[in-house]
Design a protein around this ligand. Sequence first.
Ligand code: ZN
Length: 352
Amino acid sequence: MADTAEALRERVLALFAKRVATDPEIAALLERIHGDNGTGYADADAFALRIGQALADAYKAVQGELPEHIDAAFADTLLREALQGDYEQVADVAAAVQKALNSQAGLGLNAVRAQLNTDRIDGLVGRLAGAEKTQDALWLLDEPVRNFSMSVVDDTLKANIEFQGKAGLRPRVIRTMHGKGCKWCQDLAGVYDYPDVPKDVYRRHERCRCVVTYDPGRGKRVQDVWSKRWTNAEERDKIEARKQVGKDSFLTHLAENPTALGRYTPQSLKETLERMGYAVKPLSSGRLKGVPFEDGGGYKVNFTDSGLLMYHPERLSHHNGEYYKISTGKRGLHHYEINGQEFNPRDRHKIR
Ligand SMILES: [Zn+2]
């Protein structure tokens, strides 16, 4: 059995290497990533998906030769080296993407290369060996392999956001849905400033093709660097317009995905909004009119589409406790608990 495992590993590695070397899409992606027309993390995602597909196809080519039951040693031989090979290639490319983004932003920073996540490999090995019949576990050699490959890109992004955040920058993570997306992805989509980044933002479920990208952010040091690079007013306006889009999409997104409120405390939400450049003001009516948040008041923020987000603290609340209120032209007025759950203000009974 050990011989079979060794032989199959060699076949898989050879098929995988040949496919990577001859696939025109991989070649085109590499050319773009190392050239001037890269699209950043979207390219790295596409590359990881294609590499993962190449490996999944190699497994598919040998699946008829697998034994009826695979033990742990066999699964390890079949999976570990190939997944490491996938990782090496994707980690290099993702780091190259990050390096290009750093230099575009004028940051003289190194890109961090993702570490190999051996837990994930151990997990796949264990699941394959744990299956009673190989036949029922073949799916593990398909989508989970692509998912592993893409997770290397996500790990790269996470490592770099944390590295830059700790270096005193204010990097930003932007997660965009691909297609309609599930509820979990809908809730996660958005713009996050370090350190207020939900840890799930770097994760993807099976078949999730959301794109998670990096933006150097609006931190002071970053801004100094940007301003040196603003060669004329037109370029600066373009950059400001782009920031404006990112900013407005945050509250528009929150209005459409209010459960995301639950990821913040009223204070951290206020700080996040301020860092994004929103004008956060004390309430302008009611019994807490003009009282600053720091002195026990609430706050409010206006945004596009006659949007309004309001926070009211427990004190002097006529809704029996603290709450958020969000209103937009499109969706009308809604009240939410601090955990993001909607409630009916007439009885403060939870709607859901
Ligand atoms: Zn998704």
